[in-house]
Each structure stands twice: as structure tokens, then as C-alpha cells.
Design a protein around this ligand. Structure first.
Ligand code: DGL
Length: 273
């Protein structure tokens, strides 16, 4: 049987925080990572543009033969996933799959909150889409969800300033804003794959009784379960423990930044879509 790597997509570097956890959970599988760094950030872009860019990247993964693509980006998952799944996949190739990060996170969020008041920190695009409000309601109708757009956090992380003093005020302000919306929040979800890089700062400003949740582990566990339940997809996934990295941006910049997100050195190739 023809087997190929699983595709992992993000607008930039953030998806590497998810890929890192996926590799721990599925160490034998092969992966192709693509960061659309040339056109990042996606957060401020319109629905149409995020959809257009994401679809272009998904088609590129399919050209590489990937049987499954994970949108390891909340913004792309919020603004493009459903249309791609419902309108495009049936025409392109109904045997392939594209999955996102919002549904698996929403499914399990209930177990992290006792007060049933959950806070979401995300890009403006993800917040405006209201995808988390809708998805969490489906799985946990009893949970109250409050959102705070923190778009400048993406910029801080992309510039590699997440450990610098300049990150303190923007991180503190967004957390304070969210808690002003609802002081009963006992669980804050980092609903942008860039944000785990800011965890040191976030932990400094979030009161101790609040759990801060990153998505990497959740998405990785959910993918493992999915592959266990979908043999028809799993059989098409190659398993030689190989990862290849691609960027639409400058590959030297990518290599310099990516290791921060991924944890080990990375050698990317530049592609033109
Ligand atoms: N990593 C993307 C996400 O999870 C956001 C970054 C961007 O704005 O491109 O939403």
C-alpha cells in the first residue's frame, strides 16, 4: 500500500508546538510541516483570505501525497476547516482527511474546570469566529465561555521576544481583561498555537488557582485516538520516524526561530505555492 507522511500546517511557527507533542505521542510516524510564514500572521486576515491561503496549503500537502492534514492553527481551523471539509474535500479527493484543533480541545475542556467558567485567549480571528463558543457548547452546554483577543502576543512570539521584559505588560493586560470579564474563570485555554511559548510570563500573571491549558498534548492524544479508530487512514500513513520542514518564508529565518518552538534544531526548505 502507498504510504505518505501526515501533514501539519500552521500560518507560521506555532504549529511546531503541536507537532512536538504529536511526535511524542506518535514517534514512529512521518510528518511534513509547512509554515506559511510569508503570509503570517493569519489572525487579522478576513475569513475569505484565511480560507484561500489555507486551501492552497492543504492542496500542496495533497500534492505531496499526505493522506491526512492537521491544521495546527486555531485561526485556520476557525475560518477555513469546515468549508474545506464540506465543500472542497469531496471534489479534491474524498479519501483524504483534514482535521483541526478546535474540536479536540473543546471536547475535553470540561475536565479542566470545576467552576465551569472557562477563559479563551486567542487571535482576533479565532475570537470573532466564535468557534470555541459554539464547539464548547456542543460538548459542555453547562460551561460559560469568555474570550479575550490577544493578537499582539503572536507578534511578540514571532519576533522571538517572548522571554523579554517587553512581553510583561501585554501578557498581564490581556489576562487582567479576561478576569475582569469573569472573575470565576478557573481554566484559561491558550487557543493559539503560538502562545505556549509565553507560558513563563503567563504563569507569572495568572492567579495560582487557575489552570492554564496548552493544546499540543490534547491534539496529539486526540490524533492518536483518531488513527486508532480510522484504520483506512492509518494504513496510508508512513512510519519511518522522519520529519521534513517547509516554509513559504525565508528558510534561514525559519531555522533560527523554529528550534525555539520545536525544541530541537530544524532544517527547512523554502517552497513557492
Ligand atoms: N498559530 C495561529 C493560531 O493558532 C495564529 C497565528 C497567526 O495569527 O497567524 O491561531
Amino acid at each position: 500500500m502507498d504510504t505518505k507522511p501526515i501533514g501539519i500546517f500552521d500560518s507560521g511557527y506555532g504549529g511546531l508546538t503541536v507537532l512536538k507533542e504529536i511526535c511524542k505521542e506518535l514517534p514512529k510516524y512521518d510528518f511534513i510541516y509547512l509554515g506559511d510564514n510569508d503570509r503570517a500572521p493569519y489572525g487579522p486576515l478576513s475569513f475569505e483570505t484565511v480560507y484561500e491561503y489555507t486551501l492552497e496549503c492543504v492542496k500542496w500537502f495533497f500534492q505531496q501525497g499526505c493522506p491526512l492534514v492537521i491544521l495546527a492553527c486555531n485561526t485556520a481551523s476557525a475560518k477555513a476547516l469546515r468549508t474545506i471539509q464540506q465543500n472542497d474535500l469531496p471534489d479534491i479527493d474524498p479519501s483524504k482527511r483534514v482535521l483541526g484543533v478546535i474540536r479536540p480541545t473543546s471536547e475535553v475542556i470540561g475536565k479542566y474546570s470545576t467552576s465551569k467558567h472557562v477563559g479563551i485567549l486567542a487571535t482576533s480571528g479565532t475570537v470573532q469566529s466564535e468557534s470555541y463558543l459554539l464547539e464548547i457548547k456542543k460538548f459542555h452546554p453547562e460551561i460559560l465561555v469568555f474570550q479575550e483577543a490577544s493578537p499582539e502576543w503572536v507578534d511578540i512570539v514571532e519576533r522571538g521576544k517572548h522571554l523579554d521584559d517587553e512581553a510583561d505588560a501585554p501578557v498581564k493586560n490581556r489576562i487582567d481583561n479576561l478576569l475582569q470579564k469573569d472573575p470565576n474563570i478557573d481554566c484559561m485555554l491558550l487557543a493559539c498555537t503560538h502562545y505556549p511559548l509565553l507560558i513563563e510570563k503567563i504563569n507569572r500573571f495568572v492567579p495560582r488557582h487557575i489552570q492554564v491549558i496548552s493544546q499540543g498534548e490534547i491534539v496529539a492524544k486526540s490524533l492518536k485516538t483518531y488513527l486508532g479508530n480510522h484504520k483506512e487512514i492509518d494504513d496510508h500513513c508512513s512510519k519511518h520516524a522522519q520529519i521534513n520542514f517547509f516554509t513559504t518564508g525565508n528558510e534561514v529565518d525559519f531555522n533560527n526561530h523554529a528550534s525555539l518552538f520545536f525544541g530541537t534544531a530544524v532544517q527547512a526548505s523554502k517552497i513557492k505555492l
